[in-house]
Design a protein around this ligand. Structure first.
Ligand SMILES: N[C@@H](CCC[C@H](N)C(=O)O)C(=O)O
Length: 285
């Protein structure tokens, strides 16, 4: 089985090109591929399938030839991955399926428009955020914070903190209440101010633990900050841009008055190779 390795602001992925959807990727195989000691290592898998060949994407095939079948490192399925879709687009360019410029990618969160710039940056139109009224309280050690519920196709809880160190080691998911707000689990962002419209964040990702970046998470942080700061574009009529520093780099997020969110950041292909068939067979038992 062919694979590539790529990352976007150090949110890293095993890329599995499989145009005709012929490679079965059960959760256990995904988890082994993402294992940093016994496998290749990654925060998730980008399974690259033609939309027409995947039952979950067939309905998008007229708008987007390629479907990002995203899996978390533990093998669970996620609706959307913001860094993943940039790396996915970079892979399509690397493989010669597209050239620099505009393209569309099908995801479980709908069709995303992507722009591959000549300077290496990739911009994704992420769609609109949903802001359910119900939030949660997130706790780390003796500290607790209210967290805003922001849905970017996938669920997020955004807590503003004074010091990112207060988020602790983030090996385990920080407890939150009430748990019923997120029946399918949640990505939890801790965000701290760095300057006007400039934040830094850390994240505990659903299905992957702490990662060095989360694109949907950075969008959720920017959306929550705009509501907190009184810069919500739907109210001011003016687009707003936030810079969000993550452990692995920097993402720039713009929200427009119609709610459309654009995210820009790098996307890199690092390596490519073949999985040893004997090792792959052991992942299937
Ligand atoms: N790292 C991603 C998000 C991946 C999915 C997430 N863990 C979930 O389960 O929702 C990003 O860049 O958005």
């Amino acid at each position: 089985m062919a694979f590539l390795k790529g990352h976007g602001t150090e949110n890293d992925f095993v890329i599995v090109p499989d145009p005709e959807n012929a490679v079965g990727l059960p959760a256990a195989v995904v988890a082994r591929l993402c294992d940093r000691r016994a496998g290749i290592g990654g925060d998730g898998v980008l399974h690259v399938v033609r939309s027409a060949a995947h039952p979950e994407a067939r309905h998008m095939a007229d708008d987007a030839e390629w479907f990002m079948d995203y899996r978390n490192a533990d093998g669970s399925v996620a609706e959307m991955c913001g860094n993943g879709v940039r790396v996915f687009a970079r892979y399509l360019q690397h493989a010669g399926h597209v050239t620099a410029g505009d393209l569309a990618v099908a995801t479980r969160g709908g069709v995303k428009r992507v722009h591959l710039a000549k300077n290496g940056d990739v911009t994704v139109s992420m769609g609109r955020a949903r802001l359910p009224e119900d939030g949660v309280t997130v706790t780390v050690g003796a500290r607790s914070w209210p967290a805003r519920n922001v849905n970017m196709g996938n669920p997020h809880a955004v807590a503003f903190v004074e010091d990112l160190g207060h988020a602790g080691d983030l090996y385990a998911e920080p407890p939150y209440t009430p748990a019923a707000v997120y029946p399918d689990g949640v990505n939890i962002e801790f965000a701290a101010d760095r300057g006007p419209r400039h934040l830094a964040m850390r994240v505990h990702e659903r299905g992957a633990a702490e990662t060095r970046s989360c694109g949907t998470g950075a969008c959720a942080v920017a959306v929550a900050a705009a509501r907190r700061d009184g810069t919500d574009p739907a109210e001011t009529g003016t687009p707003v841009t936030y810079t969000v520093d993550v452990l692995g780099g920097r993402l720039v997020i713009t929200e427009r008055p119609d709610g459309e969110i654009e995210m820009t950041g790098p996307a890199v292909i690092v390596a490519e190779g073949h999985v040893d068939p004997a090792w792959f067979a052991t992942t299937l038992v």
